[in-house]
Design a protein around this ligand. Structure first.
Ligand code: WT7
Length: 695
């Protein structure tokens, strides 16, 4: 009976692990891809979608634009940027970057010399052009009877009021503001208010725990926290303010006291009466803005001024604060939104993502407003009160572009076609997918049933770090293959590299890297530029390394296979296995834990945790529950393990390294494909684990 001693709690997080030695990367699941590619012929020809005129009409036009975007990025992005208001024009040669660690520090710069403001461009610019009465937000609450419309003019006024309030609290250019809110209009409004005064927002998804919020507020030394009394998600009431309160206490204990907490009153989730309130520190949102003027002077910022921090999980260690800056991000968010969704000003668009993730930043708060669209902001969940909610909302507002995640598509698919068919959906023109690879079956259902075969699918591959779409179809411009993200967006040069870092040309598979900067490249990891370089630029010198594997087929189409590092993608939520492991070992009875992803029919990937208990502790149902609750408490409910596999021992090499490959195979019930296990210190561990697999 081999077990680990209590001293050896958890996987040590050694700094050098950050740079993922190549043998730590998973191999690319080539067999899966080949099968997929063989089963999916090019599906549709552009002519079969007659319902709109695309900005990019065909592959030839794309090729020309793409060529220019790569060969003359200064001119290509410069021309687009002219559509915006710049308080001061950028220099002609505005781009400079270094992606090669061997040549010095990694840096990226766009629109050098320019001064602008993204809030001005998202709101004031449209109002000044006479579109103040255009609907900006179509808010749809959790319950069917809750909705609210806000025009661009109204949103601008409220943004100004909040911006004035933040200024009155001493928030200055460059200061961080944490936002922990449900999907109410005030969430994107808070983000825009920060941007208006040059403050840096850090939105923390409302599903994160107090501890996760505390860590993030502390890391960026937030000056203000904007939160809400609570939120209803389906039938569940979530007491956001109580969580925010404990986060505040935790952050204070570790040395950072957030001086001011602004609380938005969400009446349906309890409202004031049910909400704790700390005099002197807390202020009600409505009262904070009530006295403020409805105009507010814009803070013009340098193009490279940081716009936001967004914490995201990596292979190891604490979540990283990904930093995006103003100018390049603004132009890229706008351009991708416009071309990928073929979006015209005034279009009614709906992205189901929460603003707590990058999709909600780029394709809810910023992109659609920069274009001037009217968009749905949805507080609830796609299956409440029934699995037809999405299609009901699509009809209610006549949504033209709909953007969601494969996990939602799969769960709605499972509910059955009837829920879809009882609604018209005739306003739909384009359907988007994001967050994880979409399986061809879900793709076809989305295309044939939801879109009635009339709407092209844009399967958009990108990441928190890339700020915007990187590899994606353009609607109607070329034939689609279900499951392939197809071709790179303008300015993006994806390459596949092998273990040695050599580019794989033509047909083949490899690690997905990006060869040159694009406008929304992440600029750094907040407070740790070295981690930025180590994580993204050292694995394959000369390239940005995405962490994904991919294959290029004979037609040049790119197929993403998923993460090759220790990051898993659960319902489109990105989770670091190391974070779940350290949460598990925080439980007193857990000696050691190893977490891997496994294929899950709805979530894409599920969380599979191998747990070794302390010497003498017998596994019980209670301990299983406690372990899961520990993870909920430390990270958030969405990171709760789906499977706990009791493990008397873990497969380790003689040097003590856990062989995760073996754990992934056992979780996948593919122990016949274990490969070489001769380097294991104790090969019997494998049989033992297989025997203990309780499912
Ligand atoms: C990871 C990034 C991009 C916004 C939401 C997730 C996976 C994302 C796709 C896609 C296959 C995809 C990748 C990527 N991913 N979109 N269309 N096809 N995989 O952002 O949390 O930063 O996660 O999501 O594995 O690396 P994120």
């Amino acid at each position: 009976h081999t077990t680990t001693s209590a001293v050896n709690k958890g996987r040590p997080v050694v700094p050098t692990q950050e740079g993922r030695s190549l043998d730590a990367l998973h191999s690319i699941p080539v067999h899966k891809l080949r099968a997929q590619a063989a089963a999916t012929e090019a599906l549709t020809v552009p002519e079969s979608y007659p319902h709109f005129t695309p900005f990019v009409e065909n592959k030839k036009q794309y090729d020309e634009m793409y060529k220019r975007s790569i060969e003359d990025p200064n001119g290509f992005w410069g021309d687009i940027a002219k559509e915006f208001h710049w308080e001061k024009q950028w220099d002609e040669e505005h781009i400079s970057y270094n992606f090669d660690v061997r040549k010095g520090p990694i840096h990226v710069e766009y629109f050098k010399g320019g001064l602008t403001n993204i809030c001005y461009n998202a709101l004031d610019r449209h109002v000044a052009a006479g579109h103040g009465d255009r609907v900006c937000f179509l808010w749809e609450g959790n319950d069917l009877d809750q909705d609210r419309k806000m025009t661009y003019g109204e949103v601008l006024e409220e943004v100004c009021q909040l911006a004035n309030y933040l200024r009155s609290q001493g928030v200055q250019k460059g200061d961080a503001v944490s936002i922990y809110m449900p999907m109410v209009c005030e969430l994107p409004i808070a983000m825009l208010a920060c941007a208006r005064i040059g403050a840096v927002h850090s939105v923390v998804f409302g599903g994160f725990s107090a501890e996760a919020l505390a860590g993030r507020m502390e890391d960026c030394k937030a000056k203000v926290l904007i939160t809400a009394s609570g939120v209803m998600r389906g039938n569940k009431k979530i007491d956001l303010k109580a969580i925010a309160d404990s986060a505040h206490t935790m952050a204070a204990k570790s040395g950072h006291t957030v001086p001011r907490v602004v609380v938005y009153e969400n009446e349906r989730a309890g409202g004031r009466a049910a909400c704790s309130f700390t005099e002197g520190r807390d202020v009600w949102y409505a009262e904070a803005i009530a006295e403020q003027a409805k105009t507010c002077e814009v803070e013009w910022v340098e193009a490279e001024h940081p716009l936001f921090l967004l914490y995201t999980s990596g292979s190891t260690g604490k979540p990283k604060g990904v930093v995006h800056c103003t100018g390049g991000y603004m132009v890229y968010a706008h351009t991708t939104t416009k071309y990928v969704f073929n979006m015209q000003p005034g279009d009614t668009y709906w992205c189901t993502a929460d603003c707590g993730w990058i999709t909600g930043h780029t394709y809810l708060t910023y992109g659609p407003l920069l274009v001037g669209a009217s968009q749905v902001v949805f507080e609830g969940v796609p299956t409440y009160p029934g699995p037809d909610r999405c299609w009901r909302v699509v009809d209610k507002y006549a949504v033209k572009q709909f953007y969601t995640a494969p996990t939602a598509i799969r769960s709605l698919m499972r509910a059955g076609d009837l829920y879809v068919k009882e609604h018209l959906r005739d306003s739909l023109r384009i359907l988007g997918s994001v967050g994880e690879p979409i399986n061809p079956e879900a793709w076809r259902w989305y295309h044939d049933i939801v879109g009635d075969g009339r709407c092209p699918i844009v399967d958009t591959w990108w990441q928190t770090e890339t700020g915007g779409h990187m590899i994606t179809p353009l609607p109607n411009a070329w034939a689609q293959k279900p499951g392939s993200a197809t071709y790179p967006f303008f300015g993006v040069v994806p390459v596949l590299v092998d273990e040695k870092g050599n580019e794989v040309k033509g047909e083949g598979e490899g690690y997905l890297c990006i060869k040159q900067a694009w406008p929304a490249t992440l600029r750094t990891v907040y407070g740790d530029h070295e981690r930025y370089e180590t994580n993204y630029f050292k694995p394959f010198p000369g390239y940005y390394f995405s962490g994904d594997g991919a294959r290029r087929d004979k037609d040049g189409y790119i197929w993403i296979t998923g993460r090759v590092d220790d990051v898993i993608n659960v319902s489109g939520h990105r989770i670091g296995t190391a974070e779940v492991e350290s949460a598990l070992v925080a439980h007193a009875k857990c000696a050691e834990a190893a977490v891997v992803g496994y294929e899950h029919p709805i979530k894409g990937q599920g969380i599979y945790a191998y747990v070794t208990l302390m010497e003498g502790v017998e596994p019980t149902e209670d301990i299983r529950r406690e372990l899961i609750n520990t993870v909920r408490g430390i990270i958030g409910a969405f990171a709760a393990p789906d499977v706990i596999h009791w493990a008397p021992g873990l497969p380790k090499t003689r040097s003590g390294k856990i062989m995760r490959r073996v754990l992934r195979k056992i979780a996948a019930k593919q122990e016949d494909e274990l490969g070489d296990v001769s380097t294991l210190a104790d090969p019997h561990v494998v049989e033992q684990l297989v025997a203990l697999r309780g499912h």
